[in-house]
Design a protein. Structure first.
Length: 634
């Protein structure tokens, strides 16, 4: 039996570049002689609405909403519908890089209808008649200015899709609450039984077309996030209805993290197999099974449902495919010229996540540190650390450049190891391979200014890394292996080498006090002010069942709130912190401060003032005003 495999990216992931899971698996399967193809239904779904006809469908839907129930976004869309319908094909072509001269029309501020999302520009309009974007783009920069305006225009339309078509829709997630840490399958089951929305109808038709094009015998649905699960099952639902003989397997980051204790058989009304962790070995076993060469009992890390409606986890012990043997990712079959290069955030570092088409690649599997107490260190994607040689990595890079014609790379490691990055940089320079790349690291002392210079010479343009809670006590409790001083020195070395730096920040870690939150923000303010970091984002700490905090809460001074009986998704777990601090309230001030710092303003403001009006006493920072400066220039 010859098996043809179709890998699908369900909505929603990214619009500027394909999520890499299908590219990895398709490349691997082809390296093993398997007939494998792929499609991105996340991008296809959005593009199906962003046409003149698609907006007409949205318009009809919006008109069916009573006037008192219409949001401001919907009302604006209805009022300016002719302008939206006339402009949409041109804006999409512009954001796809196919009509660059349109920037001049967009920048007149007369071509696009400017809905509620454009109100954000008022924050930068200091005087009447002034250009609110002049500080960001200056007299030139017309293309980027236009892309930012076009992105606001699409964000307005995204709000209309949410308010008029499907209230679960967002650009980077879809019906996330139906899947994330849901103890039973019931919310998803009920949603899938409901009449399909216009969004669902579009997605179902796209799935039908993909099956018709490729005629697969096995479909792989990659679900990296909770916000892709509902759409994945809608895809599976229509395929099972039309083609019950086609086998469907489910996998991906969300599945690997949240469905490890699955026992609810209802999900198998939609899919036939659910695999955990790295997909290469389970897929080879599954293909042999479908070809009649392997029994069900010899599947690898795979959930199945038997005739008695019992969910069984089969894990025949076989070694995983070594990282240096997984082959080269391929983007063949993905519409690389159709992705939308968006400019959501004006900050030059922060924009990289939505701006440009990056070839996503992994330098190593897993994390070489695997100690951080907030991380899922017990799971395979962290715990199993494997590397490939610099020669193999550059071979892959050159193959991808040859296939895609594009030299931008985003290394998506949990934490790229400095030793491997150094060897990779030397190999790129030796072979004279020209790329632009960025990645994620730990801000450890091995990243010296000399290494930063070498990485920059090899094409490194940016680095992100975890500063987390900028408190030495809490960094020790996290087992992060870095200190505030060390982060300052390492990030300054990157910045001095011309490499942009983004800091992942965290608040609400167990036993964190209000004083520590205020002090952490002061450290962050000084890091921005001294040019150590250019971008940052505060994440709310979430305790997960697979992290050291979740597995040993007493060591971190917290008490877990027992989870309900779980037959489906299990990940986040609530806890009681003896400090009693309302971290959610503090989060608003942290995010407001970081937004201002990323735009180069607010450094003169005392950090406690960002928390004004919260109804709680906020202490002054105890951090010396020149602490970071003295660390950098002792």
């Amino acid at each position: 039996m010859s098996v043809k495999v179709l890998s699908l990216i369900p909505p929603m992931t990214q619009l500027n570049t394909p999520y890499p899971s299908t590219a990895y698996l398709t490349g691997f399967l082809r390296s093993r002689g398997v007939d494998a193809v792929q499609e991105d239904l996340a991008l296809a779904l959005v593009l199906s609405f962003f046409t003149s006809d698609g907006l007409a469908e949205i318009h009809t839907q919006a008109l069916s909403i009573s006037e008192e129930d219409r949001s401001a976004s919907v009302n604006f869309f209805l009022d300016y519908f002719p302008r939206y319908q006339a402009s949409i094909p041109h804006v999409i072509a512009f954001l796809q890089g196919r009509d660059t001269t349109l920037s001049h029309r967009i920048n007149t501020r007369e071509f696009l209808p400017e809905g509620p999302r454009f109100a954000s520009l008022d924050a930068f309009d200091d005087e009447e008649g002034a250009d609110p974007l002049a500080w960001a783009f200056g007299a030139l920069g017309s293309h980027d200015r236009a892309r930012h305006l076009a992105t606001l225009y699409l964000n307005d339309l995204s709000d209309v899709l949410r308010d008029a078509v499907d209230d679960r829709f967002e650009f980077v997630r879809y019906a996330e609450s139906l899947a994330s840490s849901q103890p039973t399958f019931t919310p998803l089951a009920d949603a899938l039984k409901a009449d399909p929305t216009l969004m669902d109808v579009h997605l179902q038709e796209l799935a039908r077309q993909a099956v018709e094009r490729h005629q697969p015998s096995l479909i792989l649905l990659s679900v990296p996030f909770p916000g892709a699960m509902y759409a994945a099952l809608r895809i599976a639902q229509v395929i099972k209805s039309d083609h019950p003989h086609i086998q469907i397997a489910l996998g991906g980051g969300y599945v690997n993290t949240e469905l490890r204790e699955l026992s609810d058989a209802r999900i198998f009304d939609y899919v036939d197999f659910i695999t955990l962790d790295s997909g290469e070995r389970p897929l080879l076993a599954l293909l042999e099974h479908l070809a009649g060469k392997r029994s069900t009992e010899r599947l690898v890390r795979t959930f199945v449902c038997n005739s008695s409606q019992q969910v069984k986890f089969i894990n025949w012990q076989e070694p995983d495919i070594p990282f240096d043997e997984v082959g080269t990712a391929t983007w063949d079959g993905l519409p690389l010229n159709s992705y939308l290069s968006l400019l959501d955030m004006l900050n030059p570092m922060h924009r990289l996540w939505s701006d440009g088409r990056w070839n996503k690649l992994t330098v190593a599997h897993g994390c070489y540190w695997k100690k951080c107490s907030f991380c899922d260190v017990s799971l395979d994607y962290i715990s199993r650390y494997e590397t490939a040689s610099a020669a193999v990595l550059v071979d892959r890079i050159q193959a991808i450049i040859k296939e895609t014609g594009q030299t931008g790379f985003h290394f998506v490691d949990e934490a790229a190891p400095p030793k491997i990055l150094k060897a990779l940089a030397q190999e790129l320079i030796r072979r004279k391979v020209v790329i632009s790349w960025w990645g994620n690291i730990r801000f450890e002392k091995t990243f010296t200014p000399e290494l930063a210079e070498l990485l920059a010479k090899s094409g490194c343009i940016a680095m992100s890394g975890g500063l987390e809670v900028a408190s030495d006590r809490l960094l020790d409790l996290m087992q992060k292996g870095v200190s505030v001083k060390q982060v300052a020195q390492v990030t300054k070395g990157f910045s001095d080498a011309g490499i942009l730096v983004h800091a992942y920040l965290m608040y609400g870690f167990p036993t964190q006090t209000v004083q520590e939150t205020v002090d952490a923000l002061e450290y962050v303010r000084q890091l921005f002010e001294n040019g150590c970091i250019q971008s940052g984002f505060f994440h709310r700490f979430i305790c997960t069942v697979h992290s050291p905090v979740g597995m040993n809460p007493e060591e971190y001074g917290v008490q877990l709130i027992p989870l309900p009986e779980t037959t489906f998704a299990k990940n986040d777990v609530a806890f009681i912190d003896s400090t009693g601090v309302d971290h959610d309230v503090l989060g608003n001030g942290l995010k407001k401060a970081i937004y201002n710092y990323m735009h180069g303003v607010g450094f003169e403001v005392n950090v406690q003032s960002w928390f004004e009006g919260l109804g709680m006493k906020i202490p002054k920072s105890t951090v010396p005003k020149r602490f970071i400066e003295k660390v950098l220039y002792p």
